[in-house]
Write a protein that binds this ligand. Structure first.
Ligand SMILES: C[S@@+](CC[C@H](N)C(=O)[O-])C[C@H]1O[C@@H](n2cnc3c(N)ncnc32)[C@H](O)[C@@H]1O
Length: 244
């Protein structure tokens, strides 16, 4: 078996934030698989097949990537940001678990800059102390689990990075998450809405949780809720290194 499977993170959007090792893997690939908006970020060239699919087809895409690699392809599965953060790396390993015949394929996971780090860097250092990341999509977990994790994160005074905050098919959840955090006494905490980070239409807004409205987020937004110490200094937002 001579094929390889690389799972690569394309970063948040700008070409300047794609790592050199990901660029090299894309240049050597015979096949690129991924959600259509991510595959379109890879320029077409002779000898390269681009396989776009819907964002609900991760497991199917992962199996297809393994099959192509088993047939000798230099296959790259692309994700935005980092492939291990709410993205394709887990889906590939899930598919591998179900398919022992592919377990000898050479696999590499190449990291990328995840949205919460790109967003944090734009505003200062809001993840400078203990933090957690929560995916607000309830496609793959019950909403009750999301609520429990938010409640405990608030109680533990973590800064909270929220991925997938709000979509057309899930318009209600983010408002419920904001209400839960307000009820948990976080109303005065700073909340950063970081939309389309590093893309041409990037937009960043920082308000208190009491001022935050669900419509301020969509599926291209990464939301960071500060901890109780997170504060502004001039135009910047940061979490102090010391907890009192
Ligand atoms: C399916 S998750 C993929 C996360 C990705 N693997 C990462 O590491 O950033 C998609 C979510 O990531 C966030 N996201 C991805 N790119 C972003 C960007 N450029 N600006 C703001 N948020 C982004 C949004 O919350 C979006 O709903």
């Amino acid at each position: 078996m001579t094929g390889t499977l690389t799972i690569a993170g394309l970063g948040p959007g700008s070409d300047a934030l794609v790592t050199p090792e990901v660029t090299a893997a894309l240049a050597a690939a015979t096949d690129i698989l991924g959600y259509a908006p991510y595959v379109t970020r890879v320029p077409p060239r002779a000898g390269l097949k681009l396989h776009s699919s819907d964002n609900r087809e991760e497991l199917q895409r992962a199996s297809e990537a393994l099959r192509l690699a088993s047939e000798g392809g230099k296959v790259v599965v692309v994700s935005s940001g980092d492939p291990g953060v709410f993205a394709m790396a887990s889906a590939v390993f899930e598919a591998l678990e179900q398919a022992p015949q592919w377990q000898n394929i050479s696999i590499r996971v190449l990291p990328g800059i995840t949205a919460m780090l790109a967003a944090a860097a734009r505003v200062g250092a809001p993840l400078g102390h203990d933090f957690c990341a929560i995916n607000l999509s309830d496609n793959l977990k019950p909403w009750a689990v999301i609520e429990k994790r938010l409640r405990l994160a608030a109680e533990a005074d973590f800064s909270i990075a929220m991925y997938n905050p709000r979509s057309a098919s899930r318009p209600e959840g983010f408002g419920r998450a904001l209400a839960l955090l307000k009820d948990a006494g976080c109303g005065e905490r700073l909340v950063i809405f970081a939309r389309a980070i590093s893309a041409a239409d990037e937009r960043i807004e920082t308000v208190t949780l009491n001022e935050a409205r669900p419509e301020m987020a969509d599926m291209r937004t990464l939301v960071i809720v500060g901890n109780s110490q997170t504060r502004r200094v001039g135009r910047w937002v940061y979490a102090p290194r010391q907890v009192r």
